[in-house]
Ligand binder design. Structure first.
Ligand SMILES: Nc1ncnc2c1ncn2[C@@H]1O[C@H](COP(=O)(O)OP(=O)(O)OP(=O)(O)O)[C@@H](O)[C@H]1O
Ligand SMILES: [Mg+2]
Length: 317
């Protein structure tokens, strides 16, 4: 796949994703890209566009939560003169502007239910209704949507329409978090060390063994964005020897993500064991975005033991 920005990594999950992306890119199928923050969803969306038949056509990226709800409809679908106070001319919306090209709807999970209905209609028929208009318009737009939260949970709570999800979900590209492709960490560190050295005309970072080992163990909640920022910070700090653990910000030092060894002392008045257990499990699930395997690791439980407790307390995994 030809890409203007390099996508670094050799992990089988990334390689498989790139193979799929290459095949899908050439079609006009709508795609849903999922993955935690910083895992490369924007990068994949751009790669899909650049390798599509629409590569030389318009590409519009829209960050859904950044748009105020009241303006969303007219921004997306346009409006007619007089549709609302201040609408003194007809105005085209994003769908009209993207006609023939690709529209990247980032953080689609934050789209209001009202807008979800309208998007679904567009996906099903290619038609939309500008605000205040009685005649439908059509546009030929390929949709790439992205989300960093698990939509199936939003469906359960009634905040995302299942029918829209099925429409978007025909093809899903799921980016795994960096902590699940640890072999890519050193590749990415080297890549960004070179990139920032060139960008700032400074020495290329090198990582000492211990620092590298710490970085390979670190859970990277901010994923590749966090790794990129770290490389940028270290490059401009101009350390003239291989990076050592004490050069790294505190959160990267190994001791901070080793299981806490401090023991909890039983308070005089006793405690509510089951409530505590439930709270720990809930916190672990939140921290890991519901990834049971990771949550179990944080709690020092087996996965089965965690499943058992999730069921027992009726918690949301
Ligand atoms: N495989 C990769 N190789 C090189 N750089 C990468 C890779 N994946 C992501 N990046 C870089 O990491 C940064 C974050 O990626 P991106 O913006 O695509 O994340 P995202 O999944 O869209 O995050 P968010 O959910 O916060 O929007 C970008 O600078 C991107 O270029
Ligand atoms: Mg993004």
């Amino acid at each position: 796949m030809k890409i203007s920005k390099p996508i670094i990594g050799k992990h089988p999950s990334l390689k498989a994703l790139l193979r799929n992306a290459k095949m899908i890119a050439a079609t006009d199928i709508n795609v849903l890209v999922t993955g935690e923050t910083g895992t490369g969803k924007d990068l994949i969306a751009i790669a899909l566009q650049e390798n599509s038949r629409r590569a030389d056509k318009v590409f519009i990226a829209l960050n859904c939560p950044a748009l105020p709800e009241s303006l969303m409809e007219s921004m997306l679908f346009g409006h007619c003169q007089g549709a609302f106070t201040g609408a003194d001319t007809n105005k085209r919306g994003v769908f009209a502007a993207a006609d023939g090209g690709t529209l990247f709807l980032d953080e689609i999970n934050s789209l209001s239910l009202a807008m979800q209905v309208k998007l679904l209609r567009f996906l099903e028929s290619g038609e939309y209704l500008p605000l205040g208009s009685k005649t439908t318009c059509t546009a030929n737009v390929r949709i790439i949507a992205a989300t960093n939260s698990q939509i199936d949970k939003l469906i359960k709570t009634g905040n995302f329409r299942q029918d829209l999800y099925f429409r978007l979900n025909v093809v899903t590209l799921e980016l795994s978090p960096l902590r699940k492709r640890r072999q890519d960490i050193s590749l990415l560190l080297n890549h960004y060390a070179g990139y920032f050295a060139e960008k700032y005309a400074l020495r290329t970072l090198s990582f000492g063994k211990e620092a590298l080992a710490a970085l390979e163990k670190y859970p990277w909640p901010g994923n590749i964005r966090e790794l990129r920022n770290l490389c940028e910070n270290l490059t401009i700090s101009m350390i003239r020897r291989p990076i050592e653990p004490h050069d790294l910000p505190l959160e990267f030092r190994e001791t901070n993500f080793r299981p806490a060894t401090t023991s909890f002392e039983l308070p005089e008045q006793g405690l509510d064991w089951y409530q505590l257990e439930q709270q720990f499990i809930q916190q672990a699930l939140e921290k890991t975005h519901g990834q049971c395997k990771e949550a179990a690791r944080l709690l020092g439980l087996s996965r089965n033991a965690l499943y058992y407790r999730i069921k027992k307390y009726g918690l949301e995994a």
